[in-house]
Design a protein around this ligand. Structure first.
Ligand SMILES: Nc1ncnc2c1ncn2[C@@H]1O[C@H](COP(=O)(O)OP(=O)(O)O)[C@@H](O)[C@H]1O
Ligand SMILES: [Mg+2]
Length: 620
């Protein structure tokens, strides 16, 4: 369970916060939800405007009514004009009531606008998230098998979960409120200068150290954020491996060592989090401190202006309120910066995944699979290696004629399963050709071609669902009768009558609840139910009890009858009944013939038989 180094490297390779090309692609994701986007933008502008009314109204209440001797200021002028326009009183107790009414109205409006904004932005965010998950899952389903050889499952899962979540945050809380903050800031700046330019200038003087602190925070937070992401990826992939492999861990009594290794990974994550919290711990109090200084400056200088009769009390009060509101969005902006950055990094990884098209795909105009399909397979000088410099197959030639069984025999690692993978187009040969019914397999649409094959691979994989669903592969169109027949034919009858629910018995994840032999039989039924012309069987080597073994052998002989079969064979019974045995050794076919012919020849096969196969037969 070695850790794959490049998983961490990729998590570490975080990009910048603002990448216009990525932004463009992200915006396009929101296009299907443009009515929500436009709606929430409109609501947002209204809400910002309404939200700014409070201090204006306070100022007017003081300057128009409570202390009407003082000079009129811009705030009172605006409110005065609004009241007159609405036909409301502007003097005395009635005026105060009217102002209170406006205040209430603006608060109620802000409430409803905020609710609308949250609902609409989450419609957009959830929609984008849904679309992306569907696209990523679809992509992973179609991806070349080689992607899975190279990429740890944990990392692919991260694309679907954490990365998509980061984008959701951008769409729901990042984006719109970012614009909201900018709108509010702009509005406040305009109002402050309108109220009193010199006091506004002093207020913004306090801003400089604030920007400095914010910048320091942003840099620090970004670096530590990266670090936290990397560490959490490490924790996740460790957990993923050790939870999936817990049986192995326990069998090898590695619980303690696993725990120790986990403690290290977990501790690094903890430390990285604490490092990142350090920046937050300083940033927010520092901003509070600076904003308090700003307020003190407003009180002192504003008060002095009032005493000299150059400003009204109401205007100073409005100033204080606005300046308080000014710092909040400013702080929020740096928080948003994090969201933005996370979203950029996540989207970069998501797009990178989506942008790698499967190499094994249908040609522009695929040849239709011939009808009638004979199921004739030819390998011509096929060479292949998982890494180009490590040849695994060194020129494989054979011909599996229609209806015949070809058995591949050879040591572990000699390349037998690889031959089958190439025929199934999980990979493409580096040289040579593979022909099915005389046509190069590359000319077909791989999906169409694979559907003609019945496939039973070494590791039986069942999904959570009923037995019937596993046999039909969740195809509701497959007739029940066909499913039933396939099950009976491979000898699942006794199992079906034994377990409650029969065909509709629910299987746990990966077919938990069935024995190894039973799982194999279900996978045979799955292949048989499609009545394929070509059968591909990679015999499992797991040993089962003699009774089950007899059943499996019988089921295999049913499977092979009447169709072209390519079998990686371990059972003597399968080998003996093959029309031709191909002995694979180090990526080459060394011998070819029937059981009797090869025994007589006294070569590799005869030795293999003497050493292994006979014993295996005796043991069974
Ligand atoms: N996905 C893979 N990536 C890299 N190497 C692989 C992969 N699968 C198999 N190999 C290597 O290719 C060789 C042949 O493997 P395989 O075809 O599975 O052998 P067999 O089925 O005969 O046991 C082995 O050396 C194996 O380690
Ligand atoms: Mg194999």
């Amino acid at each position: 369970m070695a850790e794959t180094p490049d998983i961490h490297q990729e998590e570490e390779a975080l990009g910048k916060a603002i990448d216009l090309r990525l932004m463009g692609r992200l915006f396009r994701l929101a296009v299907p939800y443009k009515k929500y986007v436009l709606g929430s933008l409109a609501v947002l502008l209204l809400e910002s405007a309404v939200g700014l009314a409070g201090p204006l109204l306070t100022a007017a209440a003081i300057d128009l009514i409570l202390a009407p001797k003082a000079a009129r200021d811009v705030a009172s002028a605006i409110v005065h004009r609004s009241l007159t326009w609405l036909g409301l009183p502007t003097q005395g107790t009635a005026g105060l009531g009217a102002i209170a009414l406006l205040f209430l109205a603006s608060t109620v409006a802000a409430f409803f606008l905020t609710v609308l904004m949250i609902l609409w932005t989450s419609q957009m965010g959830q929609g984008v998230m849904y679309d992306l998950r569907t696209r990523i899952f679809g992509h992973l389903q179609r991806a070349d098998i080689s992607v899975y050889d190279r990429t740890p499952v944990g990392r692919l899962m991260t694309r679907l979960t954490t990365d998509v979540d980061a984008l959701n945050e951008l769409f729901t809380s990042g984006f719109v409120s970012l614009l909201g903050d900018v709108a509010v800031l702009g509005g406040i700046v305009a109002l402050l200068f309108a109220l009193n330019a010199s006091l506004a200038a002093i207020t913004f003087g306090v801003l400089l150290p604030m920007l400095f602190v914010t910048n320091w925070f942003r840099k620090g937070a970004r670096d530590t954020y990266r670090d936290v992401r990397t560490r959490i990826a490490r924790v996740n992939s460790f957990l993923q491996e050790h939870v999936s492999g817990v049986a192995v861990v326990q069998l090898f009594r590695q619980e303690r060592r696993s725990l120790e290794r986990f403690a290290v990974v977990n501790d690094e994550h903890r430390k990285a989090n604490i490092r990142s919290i350090f920046y937050y711990a300083i940033f927010y109090p520092a901003l509070d401190f600076l904003s308090a200084i700003g307020m003190a400056a407003i009180v002192a200088y504003g008060g002095w202006l009032v005493m000299r009769g150059r400003m009204s009390v109401g205007a100073v009060v409005a100033f204080l309120q606005y300046s308080k509101r000014f710092y909040r969005p400013l702080m929020d902006l740096s928080e948003k910066y994090n969201i933005l950055q996370a979203a950029m990094a996540s989207s970069e990884r998501i797009f990178k995944l989506l942008d790698s098209p499967p190499r094994i795909a249908a040609p522009p105009s695929p040849v239709p699979v011939p009808e009638p399909f004979r199921g004739d397979v030819v390998f011509e000088r096929v060479k292949f290696g998982y890494n180009p410099d490590e040849p695994v197959l060194k020129g494989i030639n054979f011909h599996a004629e229609t209806g015949k069984t070809v058995a591949f025999v050879g040591a572990t690692g000699s390349g037998k399963s690889t031959i089958l993978s190439l025929l199934l187009r999980f990979y493409d040969p580096l040289a040579g050709r593979i022909l099915v019914d005389g046509i190069d397999v590359k000319a077909f649409d791989p999906v169409a071609m694979r559907s003609r094959f019945g496939i039973v691979l070494q590791d039986t994989f069942l999904f959570s669902g009923t037995i019937a669903e596993n046999v039909s592969f969740f195809d509701p169109k497959m007739p029940r009768k066909k499913i039933e027949e396939a099950c009976l034919e491979v000898g699942l009858g006794p199992l079906l009558s034994r377990i409650p629910g029969g065909l509709d018995a629910k299987l746990a994840e990966r077919g938990g609840g069935l024995s190894v032999g039973e799982k194999q039989l279900v996978s045979f039924a799955r292949a048989l139910a499609r009545d394929p012309r070509i059968l591909i069987l990679d015999e499992a080597t797991s040993s089962v009890d003699p009774e089950t073994e007899a059943k499996i052998e019988e089921a295999i002989s049913r499977l092979l009858t009447g169709r072209t079969s390519l079998v990686v064979a371990h059972r003597l019974s399968t080998i003996v009944r093959a029309d031709r045995i191909l002995v694979v050794s180090h990526g080459e076919i060394r011998e070819s013939g029937t059981h009797a012919e090869l025994l007589e020849r006294g070569g590799v096969y005869a030795r293999l038989y003497a050493l292994q196969l006979k014993d295996r037969e005796a043991a069974a």
